[in-house]
Design a protein around this ligand. Structure first.
Ligand code: FAD
Ligand code: UDP
Length: 372
């Protein structure tokens, strides 16, 4: 902290948390400098234009929220289209609709009415009803029973997380809704879509007129950078900030294999999950479908999950007991700092985009409105 410094805030990380913070601070006449170690802005929402198609470089990003204020907020920077996420699951060559709904039950069991489907589900889950789920496997079996667990959850989840479902926290699976209507919309939220022209438009809107520098790693120039600002907003890894003094927090990473395919339509859907364990990737994304693209060629991405390392990007925090305890130790250290810690990496939290925007808006409200 340098009270005489040129900038009010040095914002480390140009993802959504950093960009929203920078926008909110700037409009209150605070001077911000945003840095990112990558060669672009936007964090994990960054898209690359390939043959006119916005390729989600760090995995498919679908915006969804129930909060009208956040929906209006993002739409004030760029209008969103009406894309609805309806992924398919491929298990041993057969396709199933997601999330688990009447279409899925029909494909699995031939049931046509909610009563018929509920009867099969009741029979499949009966033996698990007395369990108090302490892990993902127990939670899934209690919720959906053997067939759905075996065909659509176990293989995908163990590939994604590199751990047995019995070693994973139950909350991960609560994200999957169960529905007794013929409705393939993956999300229950009232608002959903993709920015027209891609996510970079959202980043550009938020960071317009704000000084941003890419290819700058905070830790390589920490002293000089810290001297530039009165306060730091840090959205990188919290364990790295404290030099891993308690040990390293674990993350899952992904390898993205992007391919240009010389055909107009490869799989007819933006997202197809591969839920069996012997296929090494978890899903194939066909990016043009997010924006109803009509280009002559198409771009697909296969996602291969793996453990994060110094060369592999940290994407998914592993919120198991061991890592939660470790994070708590870092969080206690963070409380004694003047630096503001925010976002997926600094809060070690499985945040969606609307949640990270909400968190940055709450923090700036606390700083600029409640304190003034
Ligand atoms: P990030 O976007 O990770 O930004 C942090 C930035 O900090 C990065 O650009 C990084 O380079 C930079 N940084 C880190 N350390 C340093 C350093 N030392 N010096 C300088 N810069 C540094 N959310 C949804 O709502 N819908 C989805 O469909 C969805 N899909 C996802 C799919 C995948 C594969 C992943 C990984 C996430 C997905 N998310 C989705 C979540 C979404 O990406 C996050 O909520 C959001 O990007 C978090 O923003 P952030 O600013 O916290 O982090
Ligand atoms: N999941 C699953 N089968 C699927 C899709 C998801 O078992 O076909 C599980 C898996 O454990 C995953 C979790 O549901 O980690 C959340 O999935 P979601 O697609 O919501 O998460 P994302 O990876 O997009 O953050």
């Amino acid at each position: 902290m340098n009270p005489a410094a040129e900038y009010d805030y040095l914002i480390v990380g140009a993802g959504l948390y950093g960009a929203v913070f920078a926008y909110e601070a700037t409009r209150r006449n605070k001077k911000c400098l945003v840095i990112d170690k990558r060669d672009h802005l936007g964090g994990n929402t960054y898209c690359e234009d390939v043959n006119g198609i916005n390729v989600h470089k760090y995995g498919a990003h679908i915006f969804h929220t129930n909060d009208k204020t956040i929906w209006d907020y993002v739409n004030s920077f760029v209008p969103f289209n009406r894309y609805t996420n309806s992924p398919l699951a491929n298990f041993e060559g057969k396709l199933y609709n997601l999330p688990f709904n009447m279409n899925t039950f029909y494909q699995l069991w031939g049931t046509k009415t909610p009563e018929e489907a509920k009867a099969v589900l009741a029979q499949q889950t009966r033996k698990y009803q007395d369990i108090q789920p302490s892990n993902l496997e127990e939670q899934a079996l209690k919720l959906v029973g053997d067939d759905i667990y075996t065909k659509l959850i176990k293989g995908y989840t163990e590939k994604q997380w590199g751990r047995k479902t019995s070693e994973l926290p139950a909350f991960i699976i609560k994200r999957l809704p169960l529905r007794f209507t013929y409705d393939n919309n993956y999300f229950n939220d009232a608002y959903q879509g993709i920015p027209i022209g891609g996510y970079n438009k959202l980043t550009e809107g938020l960071l317009k007129g704000i000084e941003c520098r890419t290819n700058i790693d905070f830790f390589k120039e920490k002293e000089a950078l810290t001297g530039l600002a009165k306060q730091i907003v840090f959205t990188g890894k919290i364990d790295e900030y404290f030099d891993y003094c308690h040990g390293k927090l674990e993350y899952r990473s992904l390898d993205f294999k992007h391919e240009v395919v010389d055909m107009q339509n490869y799989q007819g859907n933006a997202v197809v999950n591969y839920t069996e364990s012997n296929i090494p990737y978890t899903r194939i994304i066909e990016h043009k479908h997010f924006e109803f693209g009509k280009q002559k060629t198409t771009v697909i991405t296969k996602e291969y999950p793996l453990e994060a390392s110094s060369e592999k990007e940290p994407y998914y925090p592993i919120n198991d007991a061991k890592n939660t305890a470790l994070f708590k130790a870092y969080q206690d250290m963070a409380k004694k700092e003047t630096t503001i810690f925010g976002g997926r990496l600094a809060e070690y939290k499985y945040y969606d985009m609307h949640q990270v925007i909400g968190a940055a808006l709450s923090e700036t409200k606390r700083l600029f409105i409640e304190k003034s």
